[in-house]
Design a protein around this ligand. Structure first.
Ligand code: PEP
Ligand code: MG
Length: 565
């Protein structure tokens, strides 16, 4: 029995058998070819290209994240620059594999040199494409993972986006990787599929063999290779308890979130695209509390047009079939960049030109989004939400812009919901301090705890060195939340929460007791939130929250909450 640790990329317990991916090393033929070989080398390259294309076109994937990879690769293969460069190198008497290898290396280093996350990702796609083409060029038998035995644990140095995209997702139960981080492609796919994943394990590939039994406990960041009988028994029991709990939650997921004393709470989903929406609905979401529209802008080659956005928002409301959606206007800048627009360098991007500030300076971008949202509002229940608000002036300005767009649509005889509600994200200290004023101008608040925590505590959410300080259980943040909820209620309005804290099921009872009206979180946590609400009395939760809000230290609050039975 051997225990190995890794970075937690997706939490789950899995028991299965190892499938070790040992990738064959490829030797590049560096000799100079003769002129009469060039034609043959060019046709070898073209064959590899069409073989890979047809593999991509025929891959059987049904999930958006996977489809995105396939489409990105197809587009890149169609880019004439790739073939032209390879062919010109072959004409300079290089072998086809050397020509391809050099071309890919040049493209990768060009992209990695750019200070742009999107381009860096494209660089890894090119590496992936290069590898797949070389395998086909050299006729190397490539082991696909599209048909696996049940309960397979994939162990590899790393998996490329293509490899992860074609994986047999019905039979894989965990990924263990030598390399990679939380945001690696494999990690994201594992999270989407809800299976265990540990990355950055350094040498897991040299510690397992094919067919070995392994337990993965990624809640604890470890895996147990060749477990003893009693450990296996312990984990088999734990796994069946987890499965039972999962089944139980699945059964109640479409029930309403009503407390034992009849208070009804809205439980809705955070989404960034249609796939998230579908997952949210499958998990029992009663609507959408946050549609992060920036993904429409980030996964694009230009600012999405009004028409493109309209079609997308319309599709969202049609899928929702009468359930409400809160569309947040573009929240770009900060850490979120665009591949086709260069943001100026800023010393403090989180305190800089982002969200509404950016939109106000880019009227064409903002107007086209507002028009698209308004037009889609004729097809379902849409609410608009403004991010990063700090003042009444900003709300007035945004409301003015919405009004002008309504006027224009009216004059063009285009339908929209004239009573569309407008709310704001409460995620800056200023918006908490003047919440009393802001609520008069809007229909609802939604608390963005991810940013609110970092701004209230002056603690960067991405800085490891102070990660102990970034904590939403800090009394300053909790009291800010309470104040916002109370103010909205005093004005007969409501407050939701769409920051990550709403999805922290340990905090559900506390937030319920504070009077939160709507919980908006990722699909995975919705059934558990509902379950907690359904087992709790609102009255009791109020008393519980009242006691907790009196505590002065984060540690006391955490101890009280984490030990509550
Ligand atoms: C938040 O800040 O809590 C939030 C929901 O917005 P984002 O995470 O997109 O900044
Ligand atoms: Mg935010």
């Amino acid at each position: 029995m051997l225990v190995k640790e890794g970075i937690i990329a997706s939490e789950q317990v899995a028991i299965g058998k190892v499938k070790l991916m040992n990738k064959q090393e490829v030797t590049i033929d560096t000799r100079k070819i003769s002129e009469n070989e060039t034609e043959n080398e060019i046709s070898k390259f073209n064959n590899a290209l069409s073989e890979y294309k047809s593999d991509l076109e025929n891959s059987n994937v049904d999930n958006d994240t996977q489809k995105e990879v396939i489409n990105a690769h197809l587009n890149m293969l169609d880019d004439p620059f790739l073939s032209e460069t390879v062919i010109s190198k072959i004409n300079e008497l290089q072998t086809s594999d050397k020509a391809l290898d050099d071309t890919i290396k040049e493209m990768v280093s060009m992209m990695e040199a750019l200070d742009n996350e999107y381009m860096k990702e494209r660089a890894s796609d090119y590496k992936d494409i290069g590898q797949q083409l070389i395998y086909r060029l050299k006729g190397i038998k490539y082991e696909k993972l599209d048909s696996l035995e049940p309960n397979t644990i994939i162990v590899s140095k790393e998996l490329t986006p293509y490899e992860t995209s074609i994986i047999d997702k019905d039979h894989v139960v965990a990924f263990l990787m030598d390399l990679g981080g939380k945001t690696a492609h494999t990690s994201i796919i594992a999270q989407t599929l809800g299976i265990a994943c540990l990355v950055g394990m350094k040498d897991i590939t040299s510690n397992v063999t094919d067919g070995q039994t392994v337990i993965v406990d990624s809640f604890k960041g470890k895996c147990i290779i060749d477990p003893d009988e009693d450990v296996l028994k312990e984990y088999t029991e734990l796994k069946s308890k987890l499965d039972e709990e999962k089944d139980r939650l699945e059964q109640i997921r479409f029930e309403q979130a009503i407390t034992t004393d009849d208070k009804n709470i809205d439980v809705v989903a955070n989404i960034g695209n249609i796939e998230d929406l579908e997952k949210g609905l499958e998990s029992g979401a009663e609507g959408v509390g946050l549609f992060r529209t920036e993904f429409l802008y980030m996964n694009n080659e230009h600012f999405p047009t009004e028409e493109e956005q309209f079609e997308y928002y319309k599709k969202v409301v049609e899928i929702l079939d009468g359930k409400p959606v809160i569309i947040r206007t573009l929240d770009i800048g900060g850490d979120k960049e665009l591949p086709y627009y260069k943001f100026p360098q800023e010393d403090n991007p989180f305190l800089g030109w982002r969200a509404l500030r950016f939109c106000f300076d880019m009227p064409e971008v903002f107007n086209s989004q507002i028009r698209a949202i308004l037009r889609a509002s004729a097809f379902g229940k849409i609410r608009i939400m403004l991010p990063m608000v700090i003042s009444v002036e900003e709300i007035e300005k945004a409301l003015g812009i919405i009004e002008e767009n309504k006027k224009a649509l009216r004059s063009e005889n285009i339908d929209f919901d004239d009573n569309i509600e407008v709310g704001i994200m409460v995620e800056t200290p200023a918006s908490v301090i003047v919440a009393e004023d802001l609520i008069k101008y809007v229909d609802f608040f939604s608390i963005g705890t991810n940013d609110l925590t970092q701004y209230v505590l002056a603690s960067d959410r991405g800085n490891q060195k102070i990660s102990n300080l970034y904590n939403t259980y800090n009394p300053a943040v909790l009291r800010a939340i309470k104040k916002v909820i109370d103010i909205s209620h005093a004005h007969d309005k409501w407050t939701g929460m769409c920051g990550g804290f709403a999805g922290d099921t340990k905090a559900t009872k506390l937030l319920l007791g504070m009077g939160l009206d709507e919980f908006s979180a990722a699909a995975a946590s919705l059934p558990k939130i509902k379950d907690t609400i359904r087992r709790t009395s609102y009255k009791e939760a109020q008393k519980y929250a009242e006691d907790i809000l009196k505590l002065e230290r984060t540690k006391e609050i955490e101890d009280r909450i984490f030990n509550d039975k």
